[in-house]
Design a protein around this ligand. Sequence first.
Ligand code: PLP
Length: 422
Amino acid sequence: MKAVCIECGKETALSPMRYACGCGGPLDVKQPFAGLDPERLKRVFRERRAHRTGIYASGVWRYKELIAPELPESAVVTKNEGNTGLYEREPATAYAGVRRLMFKAQSENPSGSFKDNGMTAAVSHGISLGYERFACASTGNTSASLAMYAAFAGKQSIVLVPKRDVSDNKVLQTLAAGADIRTFDGTYDDGLRYLETHAEEQELYLCNSVNPLRIEGQKSIVFELAEQLNWRLPDWIVVPGGALGNAAALGKGLRELHALGFIDKLPQLAVVQAEGAAPFHRLMNGRDGSGATAGGERMLHPEPRPHTRATALKIGHPPSWRKAAAMLELTGGTTAAVGDDEILDAKACIDRCGIGCEPASAAALAGLRQLVRSGAVHPEQTAACILTGHLLKDTDAIREYHLEGRIGSSQLRSRLTHLGKL
Ligand SMILES: *Cc1c(COP(=O)(O)O)cnc(C)c1O
């Protein structure tokens, strides 16, 4: 397998594994797509939906021709990831203020987050190269996903998790799967920097979204969404943005579907960050103090002290910002930043619809509502929000909102009734 640098265009082999070009630029997998027939592949993908076992029963590997055509099937580690629901509920549509709103529930993945879509591709690729040890730095869901796939494949996982402000549920899930957990003082950004420096000497296969295979696997989210909608996508696709790997992946998936002739029209991509961790939103809105360099080129100004209750978004220096910016430009997309109270209120709405998600996921709905109110999204338009993580990923947030009333507004609060001795 080969990759191309998105900065200088140089090609690099991905064996042994590489996570950046010699020039420092990010890598994209180079796909041998010439001569693909979209109508034939649509039929193949549809036939595979009847599979109950084997790699094509997976909602990621069903699209193997568009994700990792050269990867040997024997290396694939799958837990039937993808195959997630697409839901539409009136109270949420009214909350956002659009004509039609769908939720793509990546929370229904085997480890409870969309990270599984990319992780199955990364771990399978690492296995094809003969790696025994897999590593990541994480705000929680990446480590839970990696720990699950590594355990399933009988391999070792090593995860770096910040000591503070990470959801206990995610750390415990990772611990239960047998990962070697190393906590540290600092944020996700410090953990990733450490691993980028030390992965090679320690013979670790790095599974963060700087790994281009993660991006390839995550493209399957829009492939499945498009297939569920008979290859006609809504006007907007809305995602929460932390490290921005997902925004980069969904954008790349959309670009390929369009270029290969699977879809006629590109939807617009909206990326929603939390106010306390919104360096990308500031950059895209030209409100980043150090915005442009002397050459007029855009540079991201990291947030040195990221903070938000949506812990999966607590990232100050998103590694995939260049790729995400390119995808916003390609689709005429936009960004938003939302406060923690708005995020938790939107979460209460999604939870009450019987769909459910963790706080970070609800940023998408909060952001869409804000974009409608500001006029960036027209009320007659349609949208799909990607729900990134499961309701049970952060049970403290539920307690703080409903029982302690520490966050959010009171309208959507549920109560417990104590009946005393019966
Ligand atoms: C990782 C994660 C995000 C952020 O995705 P990025 O690819 O880092 O931008 C959002 N929500 C949840 C639940 C996550 O686990």
